[in-house]
Design a protein around this ligand. Sequence first.
Ligand SMILES: *[C@@H]1O[C@H](CO)[C@@H](O)[C@H](O)[C@H]1NC(C)=O
Ligand SMILES: *[C@@H]1O[C@H](CO)[C@@H](O)[C@H](O)[C@H]1NC(C)=O
Length: 233
Amino acid sequence: MKLLNSLILLVLTCLVSSINTQFISIQKYDFSGNCKNSSDSASSFEASSESAAICMQNDLLSGIVTNEGVCLIFNEVPTTFIISTKGDYIVRSIYDINDNNCQGGIIENKAIEIDECFVECADDYHGSTYLFSTETSLNYPSNTFMEISYNGECDGQWKTSFNYLQYYIVNKCNVAHEIETHTFSVGCNSTSSWVSEYAGEVCTVEPTVTTSYPIVDNCGDLDNSNFIDYCNI
Ligand SMILES: *[C@@H]1O[C@H](CO)[C@@H](O)[C@H](O)[C@H]1NC(C)=O
Ligand SMILES: *[C@@H]1O[C@H](CO)[C@@H](O)[C@H](O)[C@H]1NC(C)=O
């Protein structure tokens, strides 16, 4: 009887902890906001989050799904994301540009509304449209090229020791770091992935250069994390 009770307790504990596991989803959409005069305002985040933006599924370009507190590079800067205690917003913590393990102390925290489409402005004409949400199970869209980071045994079993994944919807026109003259699209098949770069603000018919990469699994590359490539088409 005692054994049965402890078993039930164990099962319950596992259930509760799996319910409590929350993933943070960061979706980046085609820029759809208005950034005019955003630079006038003191805080670009607060101001920009109020500018009208629409996150339409068809405009989804790329995204990240991460566990809480995992150090990753977001918009070229080492960053961690956690969910607030009450679960009503996400805290984005930024670290020094050279602090690739997020060990050197937080430089800036930003609170981000959950399930609210917003624009983060780079200048008067350019920005990024984001939707942050929390999820109790690991979801990611199809038609994507994904790079997945996981810990532990480098056996491809990434779902059990998951850190984060980053995906690009294939054949969409992305703007790199809001520099309008640097646009690119991503494609993949079971053996390769490739990035095509274009001149100008839209991805014209002919890319100026296309670089291919083999689909690989990298073991223990950076701070013992494993990376796996996945063409999810
Ligand atoms: C933006 O700023 C310019 C110059 O400072 C001004 O002429 C224009 O009216 C402003 N636009 C808006 C929408 O506030
Ligand atoms: C994948 O794409 C590469 C580059 O375009 C090509 O060389 C290769 O044959 C393709 N592999 C398959 C399995 O289609």
